[in-house]
Ligand binder design. Sequence first.
Ligand code: NAD
Ligand code: MN
Length: 363
Amino acid sequence: MSKHRIAVLPGDGIGPEVMQEAEQVLSLLGEVDPTFQCDVTAFHWNSDYYLEHNRMMPEDGLERLKAFDAILFGAIGDSRVPDHVTVWELIMPIRKKFDQYINYRPVKQLKGIRTPFKDMNQMIDFSIIRENAEGEYSNSGGRLYEGTDRELAIQNTVMTREGIKKVSQFTFEYARSKGLKKVTSATKSNAVIHSMNFWDEVVNEVSSDYPDIEMERIYIDALAAFFVQKPQAFEVVVASNLFGDILSDLGSAVVGGLGVSPSANINPSRDYPSMFEPVHGSAPDIKGKGIANPVAQIWSAALMVEHLGRSDLHTSILQAIEDSIAAGVTTPDLGGKSSTKEVGSAIRNHLKIRIREGHTNAA
Ligand code: NAD
Ligand code: MN
């Protein structure tokens, strides 16, 4: 049985604190389940590295990462280095070089986590699939007439038929594989936005190949309101880069916040490694206090394990997270008093039990 080769980039701030817990989950998996083995290599490419070498990663950094089956990323960001440097010289090159054009974010309410809403009798459980490579985040545009009264800025959105097609196909395939009945497409084609008309047209074309799945289009402003008013109404939402960015933070907020929100940057063709990371950043305000919630990082590792073909172990990890919440072991962001390490260790204890139970049940 070959080992999964994992590149781990802990990053800055709370990144290394939560990563330590996630790495220990991976090694525990190998101990309790001999059929799942990871070979982990850590790369400390972060702001300290930048201050020493004047770059975020070595020249052959991407070349080195290419050989791995997956990348587990912590978070990056430090007050001594401008954010555009940390993001644009580390995360973006990885996403682009490895053609990770899908950003997948589960919006799933874990048992025991209170949402901001009262009287909810159904758990929130859907996913957002964000286009991760083009769209509103383009280099096209700029400033004109700087320093004059006529000064203006132009930002061009670039959407390609191929790009929209790929993200919608991925979404419908995902829906089919999970037995879902409906795909929601976030749009704004009622305003005169050429790119959004195009988005609708292509998503519509793709949807005709999936007659078994309903496709609904909802304007982004109304959709934002529905995320709060009836979040249980969704199964999977497909969105452009900017809309998906905003919707995923909103989604995260309705199911417990950044401490419990994972994400995956996926290269569906698997020509290159995919990258798994929490939605949160380096949280400098709580760095070194030992109270960062490790759930988002551990859940991101679980998504990686699922991507590597072990959805059974992904399920066990989520159950173990819920078990530890049920046992009252949570960090202050969820209203608890436990430390990062206590939460990590509680999750691993429950995971051991869950996996052994799974094996016994299967036997
Ligand atoms: P942030 O996500 O780091 O923090 C926002 C708030 O959420 C803070 O109050 C923080 O304490 C809290 N928080 C975040 N993660 C938490 C966790 N696991 N447990 C408990 N509380 C948690 O966002 P920010 O403050 O806007 O940014 C800080 C730095 O992180 C900046 O340099 C930013 O550029 C960077 N950043 C990086 C990424 C990334 O690496 N992908 C993403 C977002 C922000
Ligand atoms: Mn964002």
